[in-house]
Design a protein around this ligand. Structure first.
Ligand SMILES: *Cc1c(COP(=O)(O)O)cnc(C)c1O
Length: 425
Protein backbone atom coordinates (compact mmCIF):
# COMPACT_ATOMS: atom_id res chain seq x y z
CA UNK A 1 0.00 0.00 0.00
CA UNK A 2 1.40 3.37 -0.88
CA UNK A 3 0.77 6.40 1.26
CA UNK A 4 -2.22 8.60 0.57
CA UNK A 5 -3.31 11.56 2.66
CA UNK A 6 -6.94 10.43 2.64
CA UNK A 7 -9.16 9.30 5.48
CA UNK A 8 -9.97 6.14 3.55
CA UNK A 9 -6.29 5.20 3.60
CA UNK A 10 -6.16 5.72 7.39
CA UNK A 11 -9.18 3.46 7.81
CA UNK A 12 -7.54 0.85 5.64
CA UNK A 13 -4.44 0.92 7.87
CA UNK A 14 -6.64 0.47 10.94
CA UNK A 15 -8.29 -2.55 9.37
CA UNK A 16 -4.92 -4.17 8.82
CA UNK A 17 -3.61 -3.31 12.29
CA UNK A 18 -3.09 -6.53 14.28
CA UNK A 19 -3.10 -4.56 17.55
CA UNK A 20 -6.28 -2.61 16.82
CA UNK A 21 -8.41 -4.55 19.32
CA UNK A 22 -6.27 -3.43 22.29
CA UNK A 23 -7.73 0.06 21.97
CA UNK A 24 -10.92 -1.22 23.62
CA UNK A 25 -8.93 -2.03 26.74
CA UNK A 26 -8.33 1.67 27.44
CA UNK A 27 -10.40 4.57 28.72
CA UNK A 28 -10.47 6.93 25.77
CA UNK A 29 -12.48 10.14 26.02
CA UNK A 30 -14.83 10.28 23.04
CA UNK A 31 -13.86 13.07 20.64
CA UNK A 32 -10.49 13.68 22.28
CA UNK A 33 -7.34 12.62 20.48
CA UNK A 34 -4.69 11.69 23.01
CA UNK A 35 -1.12 12.16 21.76
CA UNK A 36 0.62 12.36 25.12
CA UNK A 37 1.15 8.72 26.01
CA UNK A 38 4.89 9.39 26.14
CA UNK A 39 4.30 11.59 29.20
CA UNK A 40 1.39 9.84 30.86
CA UNK A 41 -0.11 6.69 29.36
CA UNK A 42 -3.87 6.18 29.47
CA UNK A 43 -5.65 4.08 32.05
CA UNK A 44 -6.67 0.58 31.00
CA UNK A 45 -9.54 -1.45 32.40
CA UNK A 46 -7.08 -4.11 33.47
CA UNK A 47 -4.94 -1.60 35.38
CA UNK A 48 -8.09 -0.40 37.13
CA UNK A 49 -9.16 -3.96 37.96
CA UNK A 50 -5.75 -4.71 39.47
CA UNK A 51 -5.97 -1.64 41.74
CA UNK A 52 -9.40 -2.76 42.92
CA UNK A 53 -8.11 -6.28 43.48
CA UNK A 54 -5.32 -5.03 45.75
CA UNK A 55 -7.71 -2.80 47.66
CA UNK A 56 -9.85 -5.87 48.14
CA UNK A 57 -6.93 -7.86 49.50
CA UNK A 58 -6.27 -5.08 52.02
CA UNK A 59 -9.96 -5.06 53.06
CA UNK A 60 -10.12 -8.79 53.35
CA UNK A 61 -6.79 -9.87 54.73
CA UNK A 62 -5.34 -6.88 56.58
CA UNK A 63 -1.74 -7.73 57.49
CA UNK A 64 -2.07 -11.20 55.98
CA UNK A 65 -2.29 -9.59 52.54
CA UNK A 66 1.53 -9.78 52.53
CA UNK A 67 1.25 -13.50 51.87
CA UNK A 68 -2.44 -14.11 50.99
CA UNK A 69 -4.76 -13.08 48.21
CA UNK A 70 -4.42 -13.13 44.45
CA UNK A 71 -1.23 -11.04 44.44
CA UNK A 72 0.59 -11.44 47.79
CA UNK A 73 2.30 -8.11 48.42
CA UNK A 74 5.55 -9.57 49.73
CA UNK A 75 6.55 -11.05 46.37
CA UNK A 76 4.88 -8.52 44.08
CA UNK A 77 7.95 -6.39 43.30
CA UNK A 78 9.96 -9.45 42.23
CA UNK A 79 7.08 -10.85 40.18
CA UNK A 80 6.49 -7.60 38.37
CA UNK A 81 10.23 -7.27 37.80
CA UNK A 82 10.20 -10.67 36.11
CA UNK A 83 7.25 -9.55 33.97
CA UNK A 84 9.03 -6.37 32.89
CA UNK A 85 12.23 -8.25 32.04
CA UNK A 86 11.16 -9.27 28.50
CA UNK A 87 10.45 -5.62 27.67
CA UNK A 88 14.12 -4.74 28.07
CA UNK A 89 15.66 -8.11 27.25
CA UNK A 90 16.81 -9.08 30.71
CA UNK A 91 16.65 -12.13 32.94
CA UNK A 92 13.76 -12.19 35.42
CA UNK A 93 16.02 -11.81 38.46
CA UNK A 94 17.82 -8.82 36.90
CA UNK A 95 14.73 -6.61 37.20
CA UNK A 96 12.73 -5.29 40.13
CA UNK A 97 9.72 -2.97 40.39
CA UNK A 98 10.68 -0.35 42.94
CA UNK A 99 11.09 3.32 43.72
CA UNK A 100 10.87 6.08 41.15
CA UNK A 101 13.21 6.91 38.30
CA UNK A 102 14.96 9.61 40.31
CA UNK A 103 15.30 7.44 43.39
CA UNK A 104 16.57 4.52 41.32
CA UNK A 105 19.19 6.72 39.66
CA UNK A 106 20.38 7.71 43.12
CA UNK A 107 20.40 4.09 44.24
CA UNK A 108 22.32 2.71 41.26
CA UNK A 109 24.75 5.60 40.91
CA UNK A 110 25.54 5.39 44.60
CA UNK A 111 26.07 1.64 44.09
CA UNK A 112 28.18 1.74 40.92
CA UNK A 113 29.96 5.09 41.03
CA UNK A 114 33.21 4.17 42.75
CA UNK A 115 35.70 6.94 42.02
CA UNK A 116 39.26 5.68 42.23
CA UNK A 117 42.58 7.29 41.37
CA UNK A 118 42.10 9.34 38.21
CA UNK A 119 38.77 7.71 37.40
CA UNK A 120 36.44 10.16 39.12
CA UNK A 121 34.17 11.70 36.49
CA UNK A 122 30.59 10.99 35.49
CA UNK A 123 29.44 11.40 31.90
CA UNK A 124 25.97 12.35 30.63
CA UNK A 125 24.77 14.58 27.79
CA UNK A 126 23.62 18.16 27.52
CA UNK A 127 20.15 17.20 26.26
CA UNK A 128 19.47 14.93 29.21
CA UNK A 129 16.31 15.16 31.33
CA UNK A 130 16.83 17.60 34.25
CA UNK A 131 16.20 15.16 37.11
CA UNK A 132 18.92 12.83 35.85
CA UNK A 133 21.40 15.70 35.83
CA UNK A 134 20.32 16.95 39.27
CA UNK A 135 20.78 13.45 40.68
CA UNK A 136 24.23 13.06 39.10
CA UNK A 137 25.37 16.45 40.37
CA UNK A 138 24.24 15.69 43.90
CA UNK A 139 25.95 12.28 43.79
CA UNK A 140 29.19 14.02 42.81
CA UNK A 141 28.78 16.51 45.64
CA UNK A 142 28.21 13.70 48.13
CA UNK A 143 31.59 12.33 47.09
CA UNK A 144 33.20 15.73 47.57
CA UNK A 145 33.56 16.54 43.85
CA UNK A 146 32.58 19.72 42.07
CA UNK A 147 29.93 18.96 39.40
CA UNK A 148 31.35 21.78 37.26
CA UNK A 149 34.57 19.86 36.79
CA UNK A 150 33.38 16.29 37.30
CA UNK A 151 30.14 16.07 35.33
CA UNK A 152 30.90 15.79 31.62
CA UNK A 153 27.96 16.65 29.40
CA UNK A 154 28.38 15.62 25.77
CA UNK A 155 27.41 18.46 23.47
CA UNK A 156 24.81 18.18 20.74
CA UNK A 157 25.88 19.27 17.27
CA UNK A 158 22.41 20.25 16.12
CA UNK A 159 20.59 20.98 19.38
CA UNK A 160 18.43 17.89 18.88
CA UNK A 161 20.55 14.78 18.83
CA UNK A 162 23.75 13.44 20.34
CA UNK A 163 26.33 11.85 18.08
CA UNK A 164 27.45 8.45 19.39
CA UNK A 165 30.96 9.07 18.12
CA UNK A 166 31.17 12.24 20.25
CA UNK A 167 30.23 10.19 23.31
CA UNK A 168 32.83 7.54 22.52
CA UNK A 169 35.50 10.15 21.89
CA UNK A 170 34.93 11.56 25.37
CA UNK A 171 35.27 8.19 27.12
CA UNK A 172 38.61 9.09 28.68
CA UNK A 173 40.56 7.44 31.44
CA UNK A 174 39.09 9.80 34.01
CA UNK A 175 35.50 8.64 33.41
CA UNK A 176 34.16 6.26 36.05
CA UNK A 177 30.49 6.04 35.09
CA UNK A 178 28.18 6.97 32.22
CA UNK A 179 24.43 7.57 32.42
CA UNK A 180 22.59 8.20 29.17
CA UNK A 181 19.00 8.07 27.98
CA UNK A 182 17.97 5.24 25.65
CA UNK A 183 15.67 7.66 23.83
CA UNK A 184 16.14 11.41 24.21
CA UNK A 185 12.98 12.87 25.72
CA UNK A 186 12.75 15.86 23.42
CA UNK A 187 13.89 14.78 19.96
CA UNK A 188 13.04 11.10 20.34
CA UNK A 189 16.50 10.02 19.16
CA UNK A 190 17.27 6.37 19.99
CA UNK A 191 20.92 5.90 20.94
CA UNK A 192 22.97 2.89 19.84
CA UNK A 193 22.99 1.21 23.23
CA UNK A 194 24.91 -1.88 22.18
CA UNK A 195 27.74 0.11 20.62
CA UNK A 196 28.05 2.56 23.51
CA UNK A 197 28.08 -0.28 26.04
CA UNK A 198 30.83 -2.10 24.16
CA UNK A 199 32.96 1.02 23.87
CA UNK A 200 32.50 1.92 27.55
CA UNK A 201 33.46 -1.57 28.67
CA UNK A 202 36.60 -1.57 26.54
CA UNK A 203 37.70 1.39 28.64
CA UNK A 204 36.64 -0.08 31.98
CA UNK A 205 33.73 2.34 32.39
CA UNK A 206 30.40 1.37 33.99
CA UNK A 207 27.45 2.34 31.79
CA UNK A 208 23.78 2.69 32.68
CA UNK A 209 20.72 3.86 30.77
CA UNK A 210 17.56 5.75 31.61
CA UNK A 211 14.89 3.92 29.62
CA UNK A 212 11.93 6.15 30.56
CA UNK A 213 11.27 7.01 26.94
CA UNK A 214 11.72 3.57 25.48
CA UNK A 215 10.26 1.06 27.93
CA UNK A 216 7.06 -0.27 26.40
CA UNK A 217 7.80 1.34 23.06
CA UNK A 218 11.23 0.11 21.93
CA UNK A 219 12.46 -3.40 22.82
CA UNK A 220 16.01 -3.75 24.15
CA UNK A 221 18.49 -6.54 24.78
CA UNK A 222 20.23 -5.17 27.88
CA UNK A 223 21.48 -8.54 29.19
CA UNK A 224 22.95 -9.63 25.91
CA UNK A 225 24.61 -6.26 25.38
CA UNK A 226 25.99 -6.34 28.91
CA UNK A 227 24.47 -3.01 29.96
CA UNK A 228 25.47 -2.59 33.62
CA UNK A 229 22.29 -1.01 34.95
CA UNK A 230 19.12 0.76 33.87
CA UNK A 231 16.15 2.63 35.33
CA UNK A 232 12.72 3.59 33.97
CA UNK A 233 9.32 4.84 35.01
CA UNK A 234 6.08 2.96 34.39
CA UNK A 235 3.65 5.82 33.83
CA UNK A 236 4.63 6.70 30.25
CA UNK A 237 4.30 3.94 27.63
CA UNK A 238 3.66 1.38 30.41
CA UNK A 239 0.33 3.05 31.29
CA UNK A 240 0.49 2.45 35.03
CA UNK A 241 -0.73 5.81 36.24
CA UNK A 242 0.68 9.01 37.74
CA UNK A 243 3.52 8.29 40.14
CA UNK A 244 3.35 4.53 39.59
CA UNK A 245 6.26 2.50 40.92
CA UNK A 246 9.31 2.47 38.63
CA UNK A 247 11.72 -0.27 37.58
CA UNK A 248 15.42 -0.97 37.66
CA UNK A 249 17.73 -3.50 36.05
CA UNK A 250 21.12 -4.66 37.28
CA UNK A 251 23.16 -7.05 35.14
CA UNK A 252 23.67 -10.36 36.91
CA UNK A 253 27.45 -9.94 36.77
CA UNK A 254 26.96 -7.29 39.46
CA UNK A 255 24.81 -9.40 41.76
CA UNK A 256 26.28 -9.25 45.23
CA UNK A 257 27.48 -5.65 44.87
CA UNK A 258 26.59 -3.90 48.13
CA UNK A 259 23.73 -1.44 47.60
CA UNK A 260 24.77 2.19 47.91
CA UNK A 261 21.53 2.94 49.72
CA UNK A 262 20.53 -0.04 51.82
CA UNK A 263 17.13 -0.80 53.30
CA UNK A 264 15.41 -3.87 54.70
CA UNK A 265 13.42 -4.71 51.56
CA UNK A 266 16.73 -5.33 49.81
CA UNK A 267 17.28 -8.32 52.09
CA UNK A 268 17.10 -11.95 51.09
CA UNK A 269 13.42 -12.65 51.39
CA UNK A 270 13.89 -15.63 53.69
CA UNK A 271 16.10 -13.58 56.03
CA UNK A 272 14.29 -10.26 56.08
CA UNK A 273 12.08 -11.07 59.03
CA UNK A 274 14.97 -12.40 61.11
CA UNK A 275 15.30 -8.69 61.95
CA UNK A 276 19.06 -9.01 62.25
CA UNK A 277 21.16 -5.82 62.21
CA UNK A 278 23.62 -7.44 59.77
CA UNK A 279 21.91 -7.18 56.39
CA UNK A 280 22.08 -10.13 54.04
CA UNK A 281 21.08 -8.51 50.80
CA UNK A 282 19.33 -10.44 48.06
CA UNK A 283 21.57 -11.90 45.36
CA UNK A 284 19.32 -10.45 42.63
CA UNK A 285 18.26 -6.98 41.47
CA UNK A 286 15.92 -7.12 44.49
CA UNK A 287 18.91 -6.09 46.61
CA UNK A 288 18.49 -2.50 45.40
CA UNK A 289 15.05 -2.02 46.94
CA UNK A 290 14.89 0.08 50.06
CA UNK A 291 11.73 0.29 52.16
CA UNK A 292 8.24 -1.17 52.06
CA UNK A 293 6.92 -1.36 48.49
CA UNK A 294 4.20 1.09 47.43
CA UNK A 295 1.71 -1.67 46.87
CA UNK A 296 -1.23 0.47 45.79
CA UNK A 297 0.96 2.40 43.35
CA UNK A 298 2.43 -0.70 41.77
CA UNK A 299 -0.99 -2.33 41.36
CA UNK A 300 -1.86 -0.87 37.93
CA UNK A 301 1.33 -2.38 36.53
CA UNK A 302 -0.10 -5.87 37.11
CA UNK A 303 -2.92 -5.23 34.67
CA UNK A 304 -0.88 -3.17 32.29
CA UNK A 305 1.88 -5.77 31.87
CA UNK A 306 -0.68 -8.44 30.99
CA UNK A 307 -1.57 -6.35 27.96
CA UNK A 308 2.11 -6.08 26.99
CA UNK A 309 2.53 -9.84 27.29
CA UNK A 310 -0.41 -10.43 24.97
CA UNK A 311 0.52 -7.75 22.46
CA UNK A 312 4.25 -8.57 22.42
CA UNK A 313 7.05 -5.99 22.26
CA UNK A 314 8.00 -6.80 18.67
CA UNK A 315 4.50 -6.16 17.37
CA UNK A 316 4.29 -3.00 19.49
CA UNK A 317 7.54 -1.67 18.02
CA UNK A 318 6.42 -2.58 14.52
CA UNK A 319 3.17 -0.64 14.86
CA UNK A 320 4.88 2.24 16.65
CA UNK A 321 7.32 2.64 13.77
CA UNK A 322 4.54 2.36 11.20
CA UNK A 323 2.17 4.84 12.87
CA UNK A 324 4.89 7.41 13.58
CA UNK A 325 6.11 7.06 9.98
CA UNK A 326 2.53 7.61 8.84
CA UNK A 327 2.32 10.73 11.01
CA UNK A 328 5.54 12.08 9.49
CA UNK A 329 4.21 11.43 5.98
CA UNK A 330 1.04 13.35 6.82
CA UNK A 331 3.05 16.23 8.28
CA UNK A 332 5.09 16.42 5.11
CA UNK A 333 2.11 16.29 2.78
CA UNK A 334 -0.51 18.28 4.74
CA UNK A 335 1.48 20.81 6.76
CA UNK A 336 3.93 22.01 4.18
CA UNK A 337 4.56 25.75 4.18
CA UNK A 338 3.42 26.39 7.76
CA UNK A 339 6.92 26.55 9.24
CA UNK A 340 7.09 23.11 10.83
CA UNK A 341 10.23 20.95 11.00
CA UNK A 342 10.55 17.34 12.05
CA UNK A 343 13.20 17.22 14.78
CA UNK A 344 13.55 13.48 15.33
CA UNK A 345 15.91 11.30 13.30
CA UNK A 346 14.12 9.74 10.31
CA UNK A 347 15.78 6.31 10.28
CA UNK A 348 13.86 3.59 12.11
CA UNK A 349 16.86 2.38 14.10
CA UNK A 350 17.49 5.90 15.42
CA UNK A 351 14.04 6.94 16.60
CA UNK A 352 11.78 6.08 19.53
CA UNK A 353 8.02 6.25 19.93
CA UNK A 354 7.19 9.91 19.42
CA UNK A 355 7.44 12.48 16.68
CA UNK A 356 9.19 15.74 17.54
CA UNK A 357 7.45 18.51 15.66
CA UNK A 358 9.20 21.86 15.90
CA UNK A 359 7.68 25.29 15.38
CA UNK A 360 8.51 28.80 16.62
CA UNK A 361 4.96 29.15 17.89
CA UNK A 362 4.87 25.67 19.44
CA UNK A 363 3.55 26.80 22.84
CA UNK A 364 0.45 28.46 21.48
CA UNK A 365 -0.11 25.90 18.75
CA UNK A 366 -0.34 23.35 21.59
CA UNK A 367 -2.96 25.50 23.30
CA UNK A 368 -4.93 25.70 20.07
CA UNK A 369 -4.67 21.92 19.70
CA UNK A 370 -6.07 21.46 23.19
CA UNK A 371 -8.96 23.73 22.29
CA UNK A 372 -9.57 21.38 19.36
CA UNK A 373 -9.49 18.42 21.77
CA UNK A 374 -6.10 17.14 20.76
CA UNK A 375 -3.76 16.45 23.69
CA UNK A 376 -0.17 17.08 22.58
CA UNK A 377 2.86 17.67 24.74
CA UNK A 378 4.89 20.86 24.70
CA UNK A 379 8.56 21.03 25.54
CA UNK A 380 10.13 24.48 25.63
CA UNK A 381 11.17 26.29 23.62
CA UNK A 382 9.77 24.97 20.34
CA UNK A 383 8.85 21.29 20.49
CA UNK A 384 5.44 19.67 20.10
CA UNK A 385 5.79 16.01 20.99
CA UNK A 386 3.21 13.76 19.37
CA UNK A 387 3.05 10.13 20.45
CA UNK A 388 0.62 7.91 18.63
CA UNK A 389 0.76 4.90 20.96
CA UNK A 390 0.74 1.40 19.46
CA UNK A 391 -1.73 -0.03 21.98
CA UNK A 392 -4.45 2.60 21.76
CA UNK A 393 -4.00 5.15 18.98
CA UNK A 394 -5.70 4.52 15.64
CA UNK A 395 -4.44 5.65 12.26
CA UNK A 396 -7.71 7.48 11.77
CA UNK A 397 -7.04 9.52 14.91
CA UNK A 398 -3.63 10.48 13.57
CA UNK A 399 -5.26 11.56 10.33
CA UNK A 400 -7.94 13.54 12.19
CA UNK A 401 -5.33 15.17 14.43
CA UNK A 402 -3.36 16.40 11.43
CA UNK A 403 -6.56 17.79 9.89
CA UNK A 404 -7.28 19.74 13.09
CA UNK A 405 -3.72 21.03 13.14
CA UNK A 406 -3.96 22.05 9.50
CA UNK A 407 -7.11 24.01 10.26
CA UNK A 408 -5.43 25.74 13.21
CA UNK A 409 -2.56 26.80 10.94
CA UNK A 410 -4.76 27.81 8.01
CA UNK A 411 -7.11 29.89 10.13
CA UNK A 412 -4.28 31.01 12.45
CA UNK A 413 -6.48 30.41 15.51
CA UNK A 414 -3.32 29.80 17.57
CA UNK A 415 -2.70 33.56 17.48
CA UNK A 416 -5.35 34.22 20.11
CA UNK A 417 -3.19 32.44 22.70
CA UNK A 418 0.03 33.63 24.34
CA UNK A 419 3.15 31.83 23.16
CA UNK A 420 4.23 30.64 26.60
CA UNK A 421 3.95 27.36 28.45
CA UNK A 422 1.50 26.43 31.21
CA UNK A 423 2.64 25.36 34.71
CA UNK A 424 2.74 21.72 33.67
CA UNK A 425 3.82 21.60 30.06
C1 LIG B 1 9.97 10.86 32.82
C2 LIG B 1 11.41 10.89 33.08
C3 LIG B 1 11.90 10.98 34.38
C4 LIG B 1 10.96 11.13 35.55
O1 LIG B 1 11.53 10.80 36.77
P1 LIG B 1 10.59 10.66 38.05
O2 LIG B 1 11.50 10.26 39.13
O3 LIG B 1 9.54 9.65 37.71
O4 LIG B 1 9.93 11.97 38.29
C5 LIG B 1 13.27 10.95 34.56
N1 LIG B 1 14.12 10.85 33.53
C6 LIG B 1 13.68 10.78 32.25
C7 LIG B 1 14.64 10.65 31.13
C8 LIG B 1 12.31 10.80 31.99
O5 LIG B 1 11.87 10.72 30.74
Amino acid sequence: MTFQATEAYAKELDQRDPLASFREEFYIQPGTIYMDGNSLGLCSKRAEAAVLELLESWKRYGIDGWTEGKYPWFYLSEELGAKMAPLIGAKPEEVIATGSTTVNIHQLVSTFYRPEGRKTKIMADELNFPTDIYALKSQLRLHGYDPDTHLIRIKSRDGRTIDESDIIQAMDEDVALILLPTVLYRSGQLLDIERLTKEAHQRGIIIGFDACHSIGSVPHRFSEWGVDFAVWCTYKYLNSGPGSVAGLYVNEKHFGTTPGLAGWFGSRKDKQFDMDHEMEHADTAGAYQMGTPHVLSVAPLIGSLEIFREAGMDRIREKSLAITRYLMQLIESELRGFGFAIGNPMEDHRRGGHVCLEHEEAARICKALKEQRVIPDFRAPNVIRLAPVALYTSYQEVWEMVQRLKMIMTEQTYKKFKNERGVVA
